[in-house]
Unconditional design. Sequence first.
Length: 159
Amino acid sequence: MMVATVRGQFGKLTGKVRWDPAKPSEARVEAQVEVGSIDTREPKRDAHLRSPDFFDAEKFPTMTFRSTSVTPVGPGRYRLSGELTIRGITRPVVFEVEGPGQPVRGMGGELRTGATATAKINRKDFGITWNRVLDTGGVAIGEDVAITVDVALVQKTAR
């Protein structure tokens, strides 16, 4: 109702990251999210978000991201540009990335690191235009959507 921020998360996602700290500009990121796995901790809202008014999860079950470039912008900070596809509509988006941090060895001996990426999109750019005018004036939901991705990277061993 544009009075509070609604937070949600997607429970089902996959991705691949190619990352060499010595060559950050050659990094590649691909991610796929099952939009039906949305969870805002309110079942009725989640069902509405899966409906044709929003994600239309039956017709467009996934959203995807593919990087096009990575640019260092400071120590441990990068600008990740790419193409985000939601509801079959692809638009450019830029994520501000903190990390990856210094790798550490996991309990199985594998190298692990993490990063956080943030971006802001306008939902209408992806065909998500539903809204409702309130009796008191204004509309039920805003246009801007903040995206935060927290990722743990595990080095794949050569086979």
